[in-house]
Design a binder for this molecule. Structure first.
Ligand SMILES: Cc1cc2nc3c(=O)[nH]c(=O)nc-3n(C[C@H](O)[C@H](O)[C@H](O)COP(=O)(O)OP(=O)(O)OC[C@H]3O[C@@H](n4cnc5c(N)ncnc54)[C@H](O)[C@@H]3O)c2cc1C
Length: 498
C-alpha cells in the first residue's frame, strides 16, 4: 500500500483516515480507480485507533457500538464491506447494559438492551408510565421505519425530512410524560452524541439511539480491530495511504472543479474527486475564499462544537472484585441532563464509567463531557508541553474522577491505579479534532449540515459531522456520499455483490 511519490494521479483523494475515510476509501476502491487516503496523524484510524501507554493498549476514542447483533444495521454494513468476520463483538450484559445513577436523588435506573426487554424493564421501573413508555417506543420504531439509512436495502437513500425532525427531543418528552426520572433516563444516551435534548430533534435522537437500544458491545481488540479489518480489505484494491501528511493548497481550480492539490511536503497530486472526512470547520480552512460566498463560510463556522471529554484511564488490581463490569455506569449529579449537556455547567458533570480488558488486565475508563471553553485558555500549548496551570487543573480533576469511581465502586478503593488522562486539548492535538470535540459539530434541530458535493463540483464532504456522529453514523455518511461520487449504477452493483 505505501505511497509512491512517482504516482501523482488519482481518481479519488480522501482527506482523513478515520472511520469515515476508511469506509469511503473502501467503497470508492471497490467501484474502481486509483484511490489515495491522506492522513495527518502518524497512523490511520482517527478516533477508532488505540494508543499504548505504560504497557497498556488503550482506546483513543470509540469504545462501544450498537446494532452489531445478527441482522443489525451495523452488522449488515460490515458484511457489505466484507469485514464483519474479522470483528469480534463482546456484548454487554443485556439485562443492565446501561445503569444510570442520579446521584443527588440516589436513584438508579437499569437500562437493558433489546427493544422488548428495555420496554418491559422500564414498565417495571416506572409503574404508572406504561402509556408514555409504549408511546415512546412506538414513535421510535416509526421514525426508524421511515429512515432509509437504517435499513440495509435502502441505506443509500438520503432521508427525507419527517415531522419528527421539527420537534426537539426535550419538547417531545415533555409532551408524553411528567416523570422527571423517566425523561432523564431517556435523555441519558446524550453522552453518545453530544447534542443536548433541547438542541436535537426527536428524529435524530431516535436515529442515534436506536442501535444502542438493540444491543451494545465492545470489540475484542477495541476500535483498532475495525481499523485493521478495513486496512486488510483495502489491500485487495488499488489504494495508497500516506500518513503524517496534509493538504497545503488546492490548485488548478477552473470550471468549478479542482484539478490538483499541493501537500505540506510539497508533493503535488492530480485528481478527479477530492473527499473530505474531517470536521467541516477544518474543511473550510482549506477551501479558497474566492470560490465560495462569505455566507457559506459563516454558516459552517457557526456550527457549534459538541463537548469533548475529560477521560481517565485506570487499571484495577486482579484482586479487586469487579462490579457491574458488563454495564456502562453513568453518574448524573442532577436530574437535569439538558443543563448538564449545555455549555455553562461548572460543577463535576455527568460521568460514564466502563470496564474493558487490555491484554487480560482490567481497565476502567471514565468519561466526563467537557466543553472547549474550559481548556481554551491553554489553547496555545502542545502535547507534552503544557503550562503548569493546566497540569495542576488536570491532576485535580483526575483525582476528582478517580474518587467518583471509587465512591461508585467502593471495593476498588486502593486498587485502582491511574494510567493516563486526556482532555479536549489532548483530543485536539492527538486526534486532530477541532476544539477537541468528541463528535464534531452538534446535530441541532433544523440545521443544514455540510454534506456531499460542494460548489467546486468535484469536492465532497462526509465524516461524523455530515449526518450523525458515532462510528455507525459516520460510515453511513460515507456510503451516502460515495453513491453521489460513483453514480447509482456502480453503487447498486457494489451493494449487490455482497
Ligand atoms: C473519546 C471518544 C469516545 C467515543 N466513543 C464512541 C463510542 O463509544 N461509540 C461510537 O460509535 N462513537 C464514539 N465516538 C465517536 C466516534 O469515534 C466518531 O464518531 C468516529 O470515529 C468519527 O470518525 P471520522 O472519520 O468522522 O473522524 P475521525 O476519526 O476524527 O477521523 C478523521 C481523521 O482525519 C485526520 N485529519 C484531521 N485533519 C486532517 C487534515 N487536515 N488532513 C489529513 N487528515 C486529517 C485525523 O487525524 C483523523 O484520523 C467517540 C469519540 C471520542 C473522541
Amino acid at each position: 500500500m505505501g505511497f509512491n511519490y512517482m504516482q501523482k494521479k488519482y481518481r479519488n483523494v480522501i482527506i482523513g483516515a478515520g472511520a469515515g475515510g476508511l469506509a469511503m476509501a473502501l467503497f470508492l476502491a471497490k467501484a474502481g480507480g486509483k484511490t489515495l487516503l491522506i492522513e495527518k496523524a502518524a497512523v490511520p484510524g482517527g478516533a477508532l485507533g488505540s494508543f499504548n501507554h505504560k504497557g497498556y493498549r488503550l482506546d483513543a476514542g470509540f469504545h462501544f457500538a450498537g446494532a452489531l447483533q445478527d441482522g443489525g444495521i451495523f452488522d449488515e454494513i460490515l458484511k457489505m464491506f466484507n469485514i464483519r468476520n474479522q470483528i469480534n463483538p463482546i456484548f454487554l450484559d443485556s439485562d443492565a447494559a446501561n445503569k444510570f445513577n442520579f446521584t443527588n436523588s440516589s436513584k438508579t435506573v437499569n437500562f437493558p438492551y433489546g427493544l422488548e426487554r428495555l420496554k418491559t424493564s422500564l414498565d417495571a421501573q416506572f409503574p404508572g408510565e406504561t402509556q408514555a413508555i409504549h408511546r415512546y417506543f412506538a414513535d421510535i420504531n416509526s421514525i426508524v421505519e421511515r429512515t432509509p439509512t437504517l435499513h440495509i436495502k435502502t441505506l443509500h437513500i438520503v432521508p427525507d425530512m419527517i415531522p419528527e425532525d421539527s420537534i426537539t427531543f426535550k419538547d417531545y418528552l415533555n409532551s408524553i410524560t411528567d416523570s422527571i426520572l423517566l425523561k432523564e433516563s431517556l435523555n441519558a444516551l446524550v453522552m453518545c452524541h453530544g447534542s443536548a435534548p433541547s438542541e436535537i430533534s426527536l428524529a435524530d435522537n431516535a436515529r442515534l439511539c436506536y442501535g444502542f437500544y438493540e444491543s451494545i458491545c465492545t470489540l475484542e481488540g477495541g476500535g483498532a480491530s475495525l481499523v485493521n479489518a478495513f486496512l486488510l480489505e483495502l489491500k485487495k484494491y488499488d489504494v495508497d495511504i500516506i500518513c503524517s501528511e496534509e493538504i497545503a493548497k488546492l490548485a488548478d481550480i477552473k470550471d468549478k472543479r479542482v484539478g490538483r492539490i499541493i501537500l505540506k511536503s510539497g508533493a503535488e497530486i492530480e485528481l478527479e474527486s477530492l473527499i473530505f472526512t474531517i470536521n467541516p470547520k477544518s474543511v473550510v480552512d482549506i477551501l479558497p475564499e474566492r470560490s465560495f460566498p462569505p455566507a457559506f463560510f459563516s454558516r459552517v463556522n457557526n456550527f457549534e462544537d459538541t463537548p469533548g471529554f475529560f477521560t481517565v484511564f485506570a487499571t484495577l488490581d486482579d484482586s479487586a472484585p469487579l462490579q457491574d463490569a458488563e454495564s456502562i455506569t453513568s453518574l448524573y449529579p442532577i436530574d437535569d441532563i439538558d443543563r448538564l449537556s449545555l455549555p455553562g455547567w461548572e460543577k463535576p458533570g455527568a460521568l460514564a464509567i466502563m470496564h474493558s480488558k487490555s491484554d487480560k488486565k482490567n481497565i476502567v475508563t471514565a468519561f466526563e463531557p467537557l466543553y472547549w471553553s474550559t481548556v481554551s485558555k491553554w489553547k496555545d500549548s502542545s502535547l507534552g508541553n503544557r503550562p503548569e496551570g493546566y497540569i495542576k487543573w488536570k491532576t485535580k480533576k483526575t483525582d476528582e474522577i478517580l474518587n467518583r469511581i471509587t465512591d461508585q465502586f467502593p471495593s476498588y478503593r486502593g486498587k485502582l491505579h491511574l494510567i493516563a488522562a486526556a482532555t479536549p486539548l489532548t483530543y485536539r492535538d492527538y486526534l486532530y479534532h477541532h476544539n477537541g470535540a468528541a463528535y464534531g459539530i452538534k446535530q441541532k434541530i433544523n440545521q443544514f449540515n455540510l454534506i456531499g458535493q460542494l460548489r467546486i463540483r468535484n469536492i465532497f464532504v462526509a465524516g461524523q459531522s455530515a449526518i450523525l456522529p458515532g462510528v455507525l453514523g459516520t460510515i453511513m455518511a460515507s456510503i451516502l456520499v460515495a453513491k453521489s461520487i460513483v453514480g447509482p449504477d456502480k453503487f447498486e452493483k457494489i451493494i449487490k455483490t455482497h
